[in-house]
Design a protein around this ligand. Structure first.
Ligand code: NAP
Length: 494
């Protein structure tokens, strides 16, 4: 029986390197790797050896005949990726090992952050002979968004922490907790102590909606941090007293929040969800969550695996009005997008079972204003239609009653004191991870970025592995070429 990649695929491509017959694609050197919703196993080429199963850090791969009912759609999703596709090379890509010229001092690197981007970067640096890494973490616990961003019911995804625990346990790595750069240590302090600094601080803020009444909305970022027990968000109070909640934006974060809002609290009790959030959800009167997207079904920001996961969640009626199915001009769709579009069309034909709580996927709907007096009581959604170049307002609108509006329109990076920042994009300006003094400016020697603060808030946990490899390869090249300063602390023998 061939093996199948399922919902929790994190995209770190460990399986690609483990596979002896190169039957898992796209590989990191293939053009669609960076845009793919997941990796796929070719059922014809798979030799059923199981090497990928052991390599996967999130238990995303299983033999065809051991899938539960919720994972069965992935058999066809994997196979469909290879249908009518050109033949693939027989050999998997090879990543050459890192090395330094003889006589070059072993690298001592600071990594700021302990989220996935930081951990993958540290692991990559430590493949360099005799290298040392110090991770600096603002909080008292590690792993950033893996701890405070991954939904508690995504138990397999959370297992990536077992891989991270093994990485962090390496002798040449130490973690300094409760230390914020700009408050407890400066950027210059780090450069005095290490050959190089890699900023892997993620995107800790979120994009803000620009409509009247926006202050009445909460953000999905706050809601996610609250149910995951992030210390900065423990005291939040979300109004769950109205039968309808509305989420603006339809990325994977919106789907996570909608699922948690409609989940059976009894099932959530068995997860790592923060106990105050669980207590609030037990008392929740929310029956329906509306996810409003400004564009059409083919532009859905959520990924195919997460849509399948939501469709298969027991007790949730996923609803799509056939009137929302309008699509823009014909254009080539990738495998995941055409599969998503097909599933959404099927969904629109289904009659809701009425059995459970409802998640309504709404399209071509833009927020025009939030209504309420001190707290959200309604939202005005404007109707859009396709026009050349995208969607535009039709002038029609509708008011939905609600007690909770959450914006889920993407994260945004924030500046680190003393480090260049591109405020327009919310990232540290960089060229493939080498930090620049300003966008398009010259390179700032010894300073690097990886993860969301480098490329913006896109991709999955494992996307950060390839991202970190790119940054660290440039860092090692710079050290090999003598472009890094010897840190004052090392020079003084400290
Ligand atoms: P996202 O995928 O970028 O989605 C943002 C959504 O907000 C889009 O629907 C976007 O619509 C909409 N939007 C942006 N500005 C808007 C505005 N002014 N008015 C109305 N709508 C607006 O963001 P995300 O959900 O925060 O996810 C961030 C990243 O984390 C993604 O790469 C995601 O896949 C990843 N993630 C993955 C998982 C998982 O794999 N389980 C879970 C959580 C997050 P337009 O497309 O029209 O701009």
């Amino acid at each position: 029986m061939p093996h199948v990649v399922t919902q929790s695929c994190c995209g770190d491509a460990s399986c690609v390197y483990a596979c002896p017959v190169n039957c898992i694609h796209p590989t990191p050197d293939e053009p669609d790797f960076h845009t793919s919703d997941m990796l796929y196993i070719d059922p014809v080429a798979c030799v059923d050896c199981g090497a990928c199963v052991s390599a996967c850090p999130v238990e995303a791969i299983a033999p065809h005949d051991r899938l539960g009912p919720a994972q069965l759609p992935f058999v066809e999703i994997n196979a469909g990726y290879y249908r009518d596709a050109p033949p693939r090379p027989l050999l998997a890509p090879v990543t050459p090992p890192l090395s330094l010229p003889a006589g070059r001092e072993p690298l001592d690197v600071a990594v700021v952050g302990t989220g996935p981007a930081a951990i993958y970067a540290a692991d990559e640096v430590l493949t360099c002979p005799d290298a040392r890494v110090t991770l600096y973490e603002r909080l008292s616990s590690p792993y950033g968004l893996v701890r405070s961003g991954v939904a508690p019911d995504h138990v397999k995804t959370r297992r990536v922490t077992e891989l991270f625990d093994r990485i962090v346990a390496q002798d040449a790595l130490r973690v300094v907790y409760d230390t914020e750069i700009g408050r407890d240590l400066t950027h210059d302090d780090l450069l005095d102590r290490h050959h190089a600094v890699i900023y892997a601080v993620g995107a800790s803020s979120d994009r803000r909606l620009d409509v009247p009444g926006r202050e009445l909305a909460g953000t999905a970022t706050e809601f996610v941090a609250w149910y995951n027990g992030h210390p900065d968000h423990a005291d939040h109070d979300f109004d769950l007293s109205h039968p309808r909640a509305v989420i603006i934006g339809n990325g994977n974060v919106a789907l996570d929040v909608a699922r948690i809002l409609t989940a059976d609290p009894g099932a959530l009790a068995a997860t790592s969800i923060a106990r105050p959030a669980l207590a609030a959800l037990r008392g929740s009167r929310v029956e329906e969550v509306v996810i409003a997207a400004r564009r059409g079904i083919a532009e859905s920001a959520f990924t195919l695996p997460e849509l399948v996961g939501l469709m298969e969640t027991p007790g949730i009626d996923l609803v799509l009005d056939p009137g929302d199915l309008a699509e823009g001009p014909e254009r080539p769709l990738d495998h995941a997008t055409s599969e998503k579009t097909r599933l959404l069309r099927d969904l629109a034909e289904r009659s809701p079972s009425g059995a459970g709580k409802r998640v309504v996927l709404r399209y071509l709907s833009s927020p025009l204003a939030l209504l309420g007096d001190g707290r959200a009581q309604g939202i005005e959604l404007g109707r859009n239609a396709y026009a050349s170049g995208g969607v535009e307002p039709t002038g029609a609108s509708e008011i939905l009653d609600t007690g909770l509006v959450l914006t889920s329109i993407g994260y945004r990076g924030t500046a680190v004191p003393g480090v260049p920042f591109d405020a327009a994009r919310g990232v540290i300006p960089n060229a493939e991870g080498r930090v620049l003094t300003e966008p398009e400016g010259p390179v700032l020697p010894g300073v690097y970025a990886t993860g969301w603060i480098k490329r913006g808030p896109t991709g999955f946990i494992g996307t950060n592995k390839q991202c970190a490899q790119q940054t660290v390869r440039h860092l090692v090249d710079d050290h090999a070429e003598g472009r890094l300063r010897r840190p004052a602390a090392l020079a003084a023998g400290l």
